[in-house]
Design a protein around this ligand. Sequence first.
Ligand code: AVI
Length: 322
Amino acid sequence: STLQATWLRDDDRRPPDNFILEVVQRGLAATPKRLPSWLFYDERGSELFEAICEQPEYYLTRCEIALMRAHGAEIAAALGPDVRLVEYGSGHAIKTDLLLEHLASPVAYVPVEISPEPLRQSVQRLGERFPDVAMQPLCADFTRALRLPIAPRATRRTVIYFPGSTIGNFEAADAAVLLRKMRAEMGESGGILIGVDLKKDTALLEAAYNDAAGVTAEFTLNMLAHVNRAIGSDFDLRRFRHRARYNPMAGRIETHILSSEDQVVRVGRQQVRFRENEAMQVEYSCKYSLEDFAALAHRAGLAVREVWLDPERMFSVQYLVR
Ligand code: AVI
């Protein structure tokens, strides 16, 4: 195997330990209260997200996989030979096999993931399955400037792979900033292969974020358990609940944590009051039409070269170039 010893970890740029406390206190001081969605992803949160992907109502993963199966060869042809693939927020890299297996002579795979354990497992698995592809894992937060490992000499282009519609979790202005950062990282001849969820019937969208088994609700409330563990706050999960609704004007699912009663929560040295039914915003999942997304790409100095859709036209995978 060509599994390289490049186990890069941006320890020197790791946020200070009180970073989460500062973020939470700032979010709770805002009106309305809000917490950033990256706080979902502790170990339990990542497990719950994987369970969400298996819920019948959460069509995103199913449709994207069907799409990659149906169009893998065309997608690979668009990317061309000798690609270095950089995957943002790779997690367990469940869709990556479908891409690597079709690519002509892929040179290297660089999964960028903040959680070390899924990163280790995915390079182990993919390294065994694709022994000719150099595995260059990078343990880092993909929203920050990345120090990508040096590309092997045979690399013809760098393609950034960003599946799952994670771009939807960024508000438009932040999404444009992130796409611009990718544009710089992929270089002149590079590209971005990105999964983008599409606008559709409100009932289907809302069902996807309110599964009957309650996995999404558990995922949402786990944010409070994560915060409690990280900063010693005393959120009582039984006194809050999950709410996800589609806002058609903004074109996004808006997820809130609602306080079921009037209560006070200790956060660091502060006592924070929640009114009954007060809603704290924790996630946006933006949905795009093909035109909306082309306009966003344009704002970031990118053009949509190709779009692939699943048979039900629920989800898209798009190839962006300069
Ligand atoms: C990771 N991200 C694309 C998911 C989404 O659909 O916005 C996170 C998620 N939140 C609730 N369900 C899934």
